[in-house]
Design a binder for this molecule. Structure first.
Ligand code: HEM
Ligand SMILES: *[C@@H]1O[C@H](CO)[C@@H](O)[C@H](O)[C@H]1NC(C)=O
Ligand SMILES: *[C@@H]1O[C@H](CO)[C@@H](O)[C@H](O)[C@H]1NC(C)=O
Ligand SMILES: *[C@@H]1O[C@H](CO)[C@@H](O)[C@H](O)[C@H]1NC(C)=O
Ligand SMILES: *[C@@H]1O[C@H](CO)[C@@H](O)[C@H](O)[C@H]1NC(C)=O
Length: 333
């Protein structure tokens, strides 16, 4: 009898604590919502979709470039549109973006369509999130609901872009750490790397693998030899390092799981791609996921969508933080 009083008292106490915690959690996450612009910009999704359709019609690769832009935004100071800012501290001048990040004019065009219909209410960070989502869909991939309500940052962070964005020359360990810093885990590393099922990379990002890898006098041993030969022709020594090769040679513009099948055959383009399967660290981290995704498209899609949502929710500015930029390239005066 006494025991059950104590126990029900304990239950009531823990129930209250749980309710308080639940309420706090709700407050913390309810700042981003799927219907954030329902009243203030009801046609937002349509305007963005139209803008992407027209950009991709002009150039199929643009979908890939825009997905990458969203990723490079979110890894530096969170998803705050900082990658879009011009100026002396611009992230566009950081090593991973310089002469490489593209699609800014497409964002400008979509932002100006959005502004002409609902002026001053939709952030550049949210536009970039919607743009990435639609780019995946229009490349033949899945779609999902995105939470909105991000606000735009007031500063760019060139140092942040130099140090936080993964490099194709990083070790697997370094890549995993750069994801962990922003709250993403090994599943996210592998599923999001699956974005390399679309788009292109410059010779500059993989030519180190082609002739004298690590001073061996030979190409990277984990690069399939016919592919290595073809890439040597595209990217000869002292040649033009701006030439490009598809990240997924099998189905260049189509969002599918062929990227992972390639890795099983040593046909990853970037050193960092192939490491997910071939690194010494891979068996204890990423390898089994590469194998699973290579044989199970649905699992890849499910995990990819979850990871895209996680990435889009990295440190958003909400409430009264930041601002709604009028022009994505400059902070409001
Ligand atoms: C895991 C670490 C990653 C590394 C080291 C990496 C590195 C790279 C590099 C070097 C390029 C080629 C850039 C150029 O030559 O101009 C590239 C392209 C691309 N990346 Fe990644 N990336 C990583 C993860 C991601 C993630 C997480 C996403 C998206 C969620 C992504 C999406 C893309 C896309 C779509 C392209 C093609 C862009 C285009 O064609 O313009 N990457 N990446
Ligand atoms: C970032 O890297 C670029 C390219 O290497 C370099 O020119 C720039 O000075 C770096 N910026 C900062 C702030 O470290
Ligand atoms: C820039 O990014 C670095 C690395 O993430 C971070 O330590 C620093 O606080 C950021 N600076 C600004 C001004 O946001
Ligand atoms: C990564 O996080 C997701 C939840 O966001 C979880 O489902 C998954 O199991 C985690 N993966 C690893 C390897 O911990
Ligand atoms: C290549 O060299 C780097 C740096 O010396 C080393 O960490 C890496 O393990 C080497 N990789 C191979 C495949 O030999």
């Amino acid at each position: 009898m006494k025991r059950s009083t104590i126990s029900s008292c304990f239950h009531a106490y823990s129930l209250i604590m749980m309710l308080i915690c639940f309420a706090l959690c709700l407050v913390a996450t309810s700042q981003l919502t799927t219907d954030f612009y329902a009243k203030t910009c009801p046609n937002l999704a349509k305007i963005v979709r139209k803008g992407i359709q027209s950009a991709i019609k002009t150039e199929m690769r643009m979908g890939a470039s825009l997905v990458r832009l969203h990723f490079h935004d979110c890894f530096v100071n969170g998803c705050d549109g900082s990658v879009l800012l011009d100026g002396s501290d611009s992230e566009k001048l950081a090593l991973p973006n310089l002469n490489s990040a593209r699609g800014f004019e497409v964002i400008d065009a979509i932002k100006s369509s959005v502004e002409s219909e609902c002026s001053g209410v939709v952030s550049c960070a949210d536009i970039l999130t919607l743009v990435a989502r639609d780019s995946i869909l229009l490349s033949g991939g899945p779609t999902w609901k995105v939470s909105l309500g991000r606000r735009d940052g007031l500063v760019a962070n060139q140092t942040g872009a130099n140090v936080s964005l993964p490099s194709p020359f990083d070790t697997l360990d370094a890549i995993i750490s750069k994801f962990r810093v922003v709250g993403l885990n090994i599943t996210d590393v592998v599923s999001l790397s699956g974005s390399h099922t679309i788009g292109f990379a410059k010779c500059a990002t993989f030519s180190n693998r082609l002739f004298d890898f690590n001073g061996t006098g030979s190409p990277d041993a984990s690069l399939e030899s016919t592919m290595a030969g073809e890439l040597q022709t595209l990217c000869p020594l002292n040649g033009d390092l701006n030439k490009i090769a598809p990240l997924d040679r099998n189905s260049v513009d189509l969002f599918d799981n062929h990227y992972f099948k390639n890795l099983l055959n040593n046909k990853g383009l970037l050193g960092s791609d192939q490491l997910l399967y071939s690194s010494e660290l891979a068996p204890s981290t990423t390898k089994s996921l590469v194998e699973s995704y290579s044989s199970d498209m649905n699992l890849f899609i499910t995990d990819f969508v979850n990871s895209m949502i996680k990435m889009a929710n990295i440190s958003p500015l909400t409430g009264t933080a930041g601002e709604i930029r009028k022009n994505c390239r400059v902070v409001n005066s």
